[in-house]
Write a protein that binds this ligand. Sequence first.
Ligand SMILES: NC(=O)c1ccc[n+]([C@@H]2O[C@H](COP(=O)([O-])OP(=O)(O)OC[C@H]3O[C@@H](n4cnc5c(N)ncnc54)[C@H](OP(=O)(O)O)[C@@H]3O)[C@@H](O)[C@H]2O)c1
Length: 280
Amino acid sequence: MRILLTGARGQLGTDIALRLSDRDEVLAVDLPEFDLTDRDTSLGMVTQFSPDVILHCAAFTAVDRCEAEPETAWRANALATRFLADGARRVGAHVVYISTDYVFDGTKAGPYLEWDRPNPQSVYGRSKLGGELEIDANWSVVRTSWVCGEHGHNMVKTLLSLGEGTKPLSFVDDQLGHPTFTSDLAGMAIKLGRERVPGTFHCTNQGAVSWYQFARTVFDLAGFDPERISPIMTTDLDPPRPAPRPANSVLDNFAWRHHGFVESRHYTEPLRELLAALQG
Ligand SMILES: NC(=O)c1ccc[n+]([C@@H]2O[C@H](COP(=O)([O-])OP(=O)(O)OC[C@H]3O[C@@H](n4cnc5c(N)ncnc54)[C@H](OP(=O)(O)O)[C@@H]3O)[C@@H](O)[C@H]2O)c1
């Protein structure tokens, strides 16, 4: 297959690139060489390469910076997706757009289904929802959460460096979600692209936890003392973070499961693998 991969140097993009077959013809792009907010760059790239599938992982993911730089967020997350979609329609490519739990406001009492109404509370969430709105009904939207992997910055890496210190630490215990590992998410996104499966899918690892519980689990499995970590509430954060986070980020993988696809693993399994890779 001819596959165009955007965000190829990001956390997810790097792991997708590693998992594509040698038989695939892959064009892997990222900043600074390819700025997808430039219409000529995006359209020209898609029409010249003429991919079967576009795995669109590129995004402006710095959630707090999005509040201060909304134009950058809207251009990277929504407008760039419009340009890619325009190209995809011209060449008949299937687009897989990676989206986020932040499209929800987090007030639902239970896990979010794919058909629950989005109501993003941050610039990042609104601009990512803007990207979803550029996606045709016969393409795929993959909503995921709390992404961690071997490449790039994420909470597991932050915790490993904090673990080396001795200071007491606190993490919020009133925001729940599914930690999701690029090693597993990559395969889910590739499958939806290869099989041209239409629709919105919640794709996460299994096991809902608060950040506090997640931090303690990482410490425990990494050989650090989890008792150094105490729970706090979001309102205790000083200073408060610029972008509001959904209190409930729990995404039910309902569509994935009921399509008959194999459910992803409990998050502790890929977490153990990641720790083994990072700790050598
Ligand atoms: N990280 C999470 O916890 C999380 C949670 C839910 C959903 N997601 C979604 O999952 C996807 C992958 O996330 P990730 O963690 O792999 O993100 P990431 O590591 O930040 O990678 C995104 C990549 O896109 C690039 N990019 C940004 N603006 C661009 C532009 N204008 N043109 C071309 N490339 C551009 C970035 O380059 P620079 O680094 O140079 O900016 C970066 O290499 C994203 O769609 C994200 O919204 C992530």
